[in-house]
Design a binder for this molecule. Structure first.
Ligand code: ATP
Ligand code: MG
Length: 578
């Protein structure tokens, strides 16, 4: 039971136990709240039958005190169990999702967009939070207490009156259950259009620069406007649908008042029940149906929450990249052994790639744009797992190693640099957590960042804006190189690391790189032939296979793709706008 709850509502074990406690305390509170009506009934009965004497009064006083204490205690337990623990549980759930996202393979993020994941963490969690703190305990509490009251009335009073007043409750719930599939469909569709809108807004904000540059703002805003209107339309439609289901169930509840009155009236007329019992049932139905209506709404909302639970479960149960926490490598040679890879199910980016990036050597990957160079560097760091063949590091298959353990051996400079909305110091320190300020500054100096950082208003403590928006392309790239210097790992992957640098900066950084890469395994990707001129081994990629490989001298010795690329670049260097 606990495990089922855990799975269904993305709860921790403690969270599931707390939810059961909350249900129990809501039930007890509900029953305690009904007890005054019972006491009142007995009191009126005593009064009518002239039985209220000195001996009975202490009983009423004691019963009233017990009820008061019970209500206070259960209210406290309910508050504690429903509110406090659920919010703690929400924290646990959000952390669990964040932890899971950290471990998911990057292929997962390729299939999902950021808006979807943000909705997962914020929106879905908030919805489940309300469901587990309010809707579920309140519904279970209401249903269980109504059943208990119904059963006791059935045995201690008149079963016909119980049937006359209670029959509507299961029928009303049955209506909501019957409509649950249609409701889920509407909620799912609603969610889809909302996600599409969130995605559109995010994309618009991210690409505002390009939209303006291409005069495409109006066209884009029109599309976004359509998406927003669609959300409005579906939200109204879903609300309306839910209202129809819940209201028709609520109308059925109202019929119960009529049947109680008719059955009670005829039984009273026949003298089979007394006036007080008749009156009590009428009072009961008027008291009982209002909370039942709220329970029906809660029930419909819980059914809708099922969609959010499914979405969270999809993230939480997605397979992660596992592997051993220790690396049993012998040296740091990286070997690609007949590697095949595709990002999604259709195009094969790499068909059959085999080469060795030796420790102590610089291996350069070159080839036409889209040829798979970046893909190879990502696979070497196990950002994705290969589809066929294998990649080994020092003889160990990297798919057997935990990605975090593996990555501790890599310094990577990506083609697209990501910076954080933080100070320059912290942005570089990401390379090695716990590095001292002096270490950070030394790395920055090596990466030729020192000069521009010292010109910033607060030097190393200057905030560089979201994704380093306040820096130039070359400055961003140098910060990324400084990170790699700071990490100083045995394997270095440089993907167009110096592409945005001017010749002067590139020369300085290359000198520093030469010192950094001593005895390390270096894989370098560059379009500029000048950058890779000093490489030991060159791998030319074309159409998903290694078209040729060897030392620069060997490849220059015949009419290879490499020598043609080198010649072409010489020509293009002389190219001018006429
Ligand atoms: N995340 C991704 N999801 C799906 N396809 C991708 C992804 N990244 C790259 N691709 C595709 O894989 C192919 C190889 O891309 P890759 O980035 O490895 O090329 P590249 O050789 O580095 O190109 P460039 O020189 O332009 O940087 C391209 O056809 C590209 O469209
Ligand atoms: Mg690339």
């Amino acid at each position: 039971m606990i495990e089922k709850l855990q799975h269904k509502y993305a709860l921790s074990r403690q969270g599931a136990i707390d939810m059961l406690k909350a249900c129990a305390s809501v039930t007890i509170t509900n029953i305690a709240l009904m007890m005054p009506a019972g006491i009142l009934y007995t009191l009126i009965n005593d009064l009518l039958n002239d039985r209220l004497n000195r001996e009975r009064i202490p009983f009423y006083v004691a019963a009233s005190i017990v009820v008061l204490i019970l209500v206070a205690v259960t209210n406290y337990i309910q508050y504690n169990a429903t509110f406090l623990t659920t919010y703690r549980e929400s924290g646990i759930r959000r952390t669990a999702i964040a932890e899971k996202l950290r471990k998911l393979p990057l292929s997962y993020f390729g299939k999902k967009n950021i808006a979807d994941l943000t909705t997962n963490i914020m929106g879905d969690c908030a919805m489940i939070e309300t469901a587990s703190s309010h809707w579920i305990p309140e519904l279970i509490g209401a249903v269980v207490s109504v059943i208990l009251v119904g059963v006791s009335l059935f045995f201690f009073f008149d079963w016909r009156m119980v049937l006359a007043s209670f029959w509507v409750i299961p029928v009303a719930f049955l209506i909501v259950i019957t409509c649950s599939d249609a409701e889920k469909r509407a909620v799912r569709k609603n969610q889809e259009v909302k996600l599409s809108m969130a995605d559109g807004i995010q994309e618009c904000l991210e690409s505002i620069r390009d939209l303006r540059a291409n005069n495409a703002q109006d066209r884009y805003m029109e599309e976004l406007d359509q998406k927003i209107k669609k959300v409005e339309k579906f939200a109204l439609f879903t609300e309306l649908k839910m209202a129809v289901y819940v209201n028709s169930a609520a109308i059925i509840l109202k019929i119960g008042i009529g049947t109680t009155a008719v059955v009670g009236g005829s039984l009273f007329a026949k003298g089979e029940i007394d006036l007080l019992t008749f009156f009590m049932f009428l009072m009961l139905v008027s008291r009982l149906y209002a909370p039942m209506e709220i329970s029906l709404q809660n029930f419909a909302a819980i059914i809708a929450t099922g969609i959010q639970c499914e979405r969270l479960d999809e993230v939480l149960s997605h397979e992660i990249q596992n592997g051993s926490d220790s690396l049993e490598n012998d040296g740091y040679d990286i070997i690609f052994d007949h590697v095949g890879f595709k990002y999604s199910d259709d195009t094969e980016v790499l068909k059959d790639v085999s080469f060795t990036a030796k420790q102590g050597q610089v291996t350069a990957l070159i080839g036409p744009s889209g040829g798979g160079k970046t893909t190879i560097s990502r696979l070497a760091a196990r950002f994705w797992d290969v589809n066929s063949g294998k990649i080994t590091l020092g003889g160990e298959d990297i798919s057997d190693v935990d990605p975090e353990t593996l990555l501790s051996n890599y310094s990577i400079v990506f083609q697209d640099v990501t910076l954080f909305n933080n100070s320059v110091m912290e942005n570089i320190r990401i390379g090695k957590s716990g590095a001292t300020d002096e270490e950070v500054m030394e790395a920055a100096r090596l990466a030729n960042c020192d000069e521009f950082i010292n010109n910033l208003p607060e030097k190393y403590h200057t905030n560089i804006g979201e994704n380093g928006s306040e820096l130039s392309g070359g400055e961003r790239q140098r910060i990324s190189i400084a990170r790699a210097f700071l990490k100083d790992a045995p394997i270095i992957l440089l993907d167009e690391a110096t592409a945005s640098l001017d010749a002067e900066n590139e020369t300085v950084i290359q000198e520093a790189l030469t010192r950094l890469i001593k005895n390390k395994t270096v894989m370098i990707i560059a379009h500029r032939m000048r950058t890779i001129a000093g490489a030991d081994h060159i791998v030319v990629l074309k159409d998903g296979v290694v078209a040729e490989q060897g030392s620069p001298e060997f490849l220059s010795g015949y009419d290879s793709i490499y020598s043609r690329m080198t010649k072409q670049q010489m020509v293009s260097q002389d190219w001018k706008i006429k």
